[in-house]
Structure formats: C-alpha cells, structure tokens
Design a protein around this ligand. Structure first.
Ligand SMILES: O=C(O)CCC(=O)C(=O)O
Ligand SMILES: [Fe+2]
Length: 282
C-alpha cells in the first residue's frame, strides 16, 4: 500500500494542506511519522473531509502524547479530553485575540487538533502565525537581547473573573482554576525541542511582563513583539468547511479565531496534547 502523504505548502513560512489521509482511522507508524515531520516543518496542517468523532479525535491526539483537560472550557459528552467551543449570541467567542494555547502551565501544549463541526454560512476563519518566522525576522541585536529573558504567563489574563461569574458553580470552577494555575515563567525565546529552531514564545493571551525589565520597558517591548509576531508575512488563514481538521505545533505558533460571524452559531472540537517544559538553548 502506498502510504505517502500529499503535502502542499500554503505559503513559504507557515501552513500546509495534507491530503490522502483518513484521520478517523488509526494511523500507521509511517503515516504518523510523515505527519509529524510535516507538522514540524509547516507548523500548522489542514485536512478536508475528516468527520472525526470525539473518541476518534482523542485517539488521534493521543498519538502525539498525553492529553490536557481544560480547567474552564466544557467538553464533549463522555470525552473529557475534547473541548467543545460552541459559540453563538449567548456564548460569544473568546478566542479572538492572538494567543498560544494554555501557556499558563509549566508544560504548555505541544500540539492541538481542532475539528470544525458546525459553521456559519460565512466568516469564522482562523489565522495562525509562525513564532519561528517572527524570530528569524528580528535584527541580530534584538535577538541577542531577547535570548535568555523570561516572561510571566498568567491564566487570568485570558480568563478574568468577571467573565466567569455567570453562576456560582462557574465562579467556583474559575476560582479553583486560578488556585491551580498561578502565574509562571517561560523563556521569551524558545528552542524547539525537536527541530532546534528558535521561536518567539510570548503571546498577548497570557504573557503579562518580561521579568528582567522594568515595567515600562516590558510594556513597550511586549507591545512591539505582539505587533511584530502577528504580521501578515508570518500568517496563514484558513477558511473552514465542515469536517475540516487543523493540527498545529503550539510550541512555536499563535492563532486567532476571527469573531465576525455572530449571531450565527459555530461549533469546534479541540484536543490538546501536553508538551515539555520550554527552554532556551543558544
Ligand atoms: O475556534 C477556533 O477557530 C480556534 C479556537 C481556539 O483558539 C482554540 O481552539 O484553541
Ligand atoms: Fe486557542
């Protein structure tokens, strides 16, 4: 059986479309190896026509490592590892900021897998950016300055208490999440544990300050980095069709879910693979 995947780059820096793969079925070792290789290279991969059930999506994600259970987001019936992002007028989207998923834990996700279940007629695209491309584009002196700095990542920056006060139960859940996820530090420049490439690893969703700098320096530098990292040159944008799947390398990317579709409803399922502790190696 020919198991070669067809991989078409969507741009020079980030993104590829993969065909000739059925993600509803267990992957062979060869298929998984090609997929992983393509993921490291292109950072986000897209697949059409993959009607994965939550259990199938969990099985696929488990090939990449242990799965994370989100402290706040609701999950699929009987499959706690699959987040359900069901957004509509009464539950507006909250992923319309540039962010890297779950950087508020010590071992942030290596990989995430998103499946489109129900889509608006029009709108609701998602964009990704490459932190590797963004790092590469910096001048040598700025690379030198940033390398070795540490930044604080805080759960409450994207999950503030006032947004999770709908019911007493919701607030209790939020309080517990805050208690279990105190702010912590990650390197500003992260070395990819597989490819060795350097990537910028701050994100507007969770990063609050660069700890070695004073407040004004940190604010100014982070504002520059957040703007720089999300430049169109480093982006890929995906227009979803139902049953599309995206798999991204969450160690070196950020993404933004365009919130232009209300009052229509949009339902996405996400699996999140726990990664390793970020480090910087010159
Ligand atoms: O709904 C989307 O397109 C992406 C949402 C998101 O940020 C995520 O699944 O991590
Ligand atoms: Fe996200």
């Amino acid at each position: 059986m020919n198991e070669r995947l067809t991989i078409n780059a969507l741009g020079p820096l980030i993104g590829a479309r993969v065909s000739d793969l059925d993600l509803t079925r267990p992957l062979s070792d060869s298929q998984f190896e090609q997929l992983y290789h393509a993921l490291i290279r292109h950072q986000v991969l897209f697949f059409r026509d993959q009607p994965v059930t939550p259990a199938q999506q969990r099985a696929l994600a488990s090939r990449f490592g242990d799965l994370h259970i989100h402290p706040i987001y609701p999950h699929a019936d009987d499959v706690a590892e699959i987040i359900v992002l069901d957004t509509h007028n009464d539950n507006p989207p909250d992923n319309d900021t540039w962010h890297t998923d779950v950087t508020f834990i010590a071992t942030p996700p290596a990989v995430a897998i998103l499946a489109a279940k129900q889509l608006p007629e029009i709108g609701g695209d998602t964009l990704w950016v490459s932190g590797i491309a963004a790092y590469d584009a910096l001048s040598a002196p700025l690379k030198t300055l940033l390398s070795g700095l540490q930044a604080e990542h805080d759960f409450t920056r994207s999950f503030p208490g006032d947004k999770h006060h709908g019911s007493e139960a919701e607030y209790t859940r939020w309080q517990s999440a805050v208690a279990h996820n105190p702010p912590l530090l990650h390197p500003v420049v992260r070395t990819h544990p597989v490819s060795g490439k350097q990537a910028l690893f701050v994100n507007e969703g969770f990063t609050t300050r660069i700890v070695e700098l004073n407040q004004k320096e940190s604010d100014a530098l982070l504002a520059f980095l957040f703007a720089h990292m999300t430049k169109p040159e480093f982006q890929v944008r995906w227009g979803w069709q139902e049953n599309d799947v995206a798999i991204w390398d969450n160690r070196v990317t950020q993404h933004y879910a365009n919130a232009d579709y209300l009052p229509a409803r949009r339902i996405m399922h996400r699996a999140t693979v726990i990664g390793d502790k970020p480090f910087y190696r010159a």
